[in-house]
Design a protein around this ligand. Structure first.
Ligand SMILES: Cc1ncc(COP(=O)(O)O)c(C=O)c1O
Length: 187
């Protein structure tokens, strides 16, 4: 197995006035029920992940708990150093923007196709992404990764594999925010 290009170890996101102390006292062995009984809400409990070249990492979480946000932000911080750029569609979640602002990571936004028939953005197609890539000045900017969102808030999902292949051809790791996938019915 090749060296991971993104690595996060033992990520916790716990809300509540006592969260920090309780985490310390528990020595990392967080029992969500006990924490809840003591006024804390556990969003992320000891999550670790590695992404090697060519692999896909999907982050899923039920909105409102801040679980997906915490993991997305960890992934972004692992993906890019301050001053480096990440390519992303304009419909990324605010947690992505906040991570970039906090870490001085430069988001390079690309437009997504809009459907006048539905009034929604269309899922990103390979044709669209190729066109986006053609218009990016890769030589002038230090782009170190790509973020994709699928499915969208309205439920549209992209065919991710060919999109990721395009990114990998440029040696760019991809983080897919599938937070809305929790609500998707798969037949
Ligand atoms: C696309 C997307 N990503 C991430 C999140 C954040 O999810 P959470 O509230 O679990 O942090 C949301 C929340 O609505 C979202 O819509």
């Amino acid at each position: 197995m090749s060296e991971p290009v993104i690595k996060c170890e033992n990520v916790y996101k716990i809300f509540g006035a006592n969260a920090e102390k309780m985490l310390k006292d528990s020595n990392g062995n967080v029992d969500a029920k006990t924490f809840q009984e003591n006024g804390c809400i556990v969003g992320v409990n000891n999550a670790s992940f590695e992404v090697s070249k060519g692999e896909m990492l999907v982050v899923m979480g039920l909105s409102g708990v801040n679980g997906a946000s915490g993991l997305i932000q960890s992934g972004i911080i692992a993906m890019a150093n301050p001053g480096e750029c990440i390519l992303m569609p304009r419909n990324v979640h605010i947690s992505v923007i906040k991570a970039c602002a906090m870490q001085n990571i430069i988001p390079i936004f690309f437009d997504i196709e809009f459907s006048l028939e539905t009034g929604h953005y269309r899922p990103i197609s390979t044709k669209w992404l190729k066109k986006v890539f053609q218009n990016i000045a890769f030589k002038k900017k230090k782009i170190v990764g790509v973020i994709l969102v699928s499915p969208y808030y309205q439920g549209y999902a992209s065919d991710l594999e060919p999109l990721i292949r395009i990114c990998h051809q440029k040696n760019l790791p991809v983080l897919v925010d599938e937070a809305h996938g929790s609500y998707t019915r798969i037949n």
